[in-house]
Design a protein around this ligand. Structure first.
Ligand SMILES: [Fe+2]
Ligand SMILES: [Fe+2]
Length: 275
């Protein structure tokens, strides 16, 4: 029987932002009825977790309220951003420790029939924290011991904006150095797809440069074209991944009823203009 994953992303939960909570609650009602085998939240689970623990704890409670099996990896609003991007809240030891004290590990490995699911914390990969090397060792080991299972990789930031060869430091994708290291490890594995969040845009690129890359839409808000260049499209919703034991995989966009299309550009004061 196929294994169904609901990949949700960018829920940006906070007791301070009822608009985002309302979207989550509409999604939650849909998910409870749909009953996926697993929910994976690909980060920015909280609105301001990089500043304090309250929103991460609030987000954890909301995820628990689903009554479903779930896993999560952090985004830049949970553990801070790549230091290379500048900004006042870089990923660091304190932010990582705060996430771990509330949520547990910031990476995961889960086996389901025919597949190994791996989630990574890409926000720390540009830091010099000792957890970076530990995570690369974890990834190497998880790939080496997959035993013929197909790999599904979940990240917050996509591996690249357009091409794996891009060399700029960018807000929207994994930084070039860590990207190269991840790609070198993936090259030896049988990777079914790489699924990410962060951009608040939906895109299923099919297979490019040997990897199927899929961007999940956000749950909380989109950013209008006036403020953010379109790369994919900007619905709100989630992705259903259907994993078959023989390695086949289908992915579809689901837009549950009751989600309000919040445009961050029209919501001043929540963030400086970045998602
Ligand atoms: Fe986000
Ligand atoms: Fe993000």
């Amino acid at each position: 029987m196929a294994f169904r994953i609901a990949q949700i992303s960018d829920t940006h939960l906070s007791a301070q932002h009822p608009e985002f909570t309302r979207n989550f609650d509409a999604l939650a009602a849909h998910l409870r009825a749909a009953g996926p085998d697993l929910v994976v939240n690909t980060g920015d689970i909280s609105a301001h977790g990089e500043l304090a623990g309250d929103d991460v704890a609030f987000a954890r409670e909301k995820m628990q309220s689903l009554g479903l099996d779930w896993l999560a990896i952090p985004g830049n609003h949970d553990v801070g951003n790549d230091p290379q991007c500048g900004g006042a809240t870089p990923a660091d030891a304190e932010r990582l420790a705060r996430w771990r004290s509330i949520m547990g590990d910031d990476f995961f490995c889960r086996d389901v029939p025919g597949w190994r699911l791996i989630g990574l914390d890409t926000l720390i990969t540009g830091t010099d924290l000792p957890e970076v090397e530990a995570q690369f060792a974890f990834l190497e080991q998880a790939l080496a011991t997959a035993g013929g299972a197909k790999i599904a990789l979940f990240l917050h930031k996509p591996l690249c904006e357009v091409t794996m060869a891009e060399t700029e430091v960018t807000y929207w994708a994994v930084q070039p150095g860590p990207r190269r290291r991840i790609l070198d490890l993936l090259a030896k594995a049988d990777v079914g797809f790489v699924a990410s969040g962060h951009v608040h845009q939906w895109q299923d690129r099919g297979v490019q440069e040997g990897l199927r890359q899929i961007w999940s839409p956000a749950v909380a808000f989109m950013v209008g074209d006036k403020w953010q260049e379109p790369m994919g499209t900007k619905p709100l919703g989630y992705l259903e991944h259907v994993l078959h034991e023989d390695g086949r995989h289908e992915c579809r966009l689901v837009q549950p009823e009751g989600l309000t299309i919040n445009d961050l550009g029209l919501m001043p004061g929540i963030y400086p203009m970045a998602a």
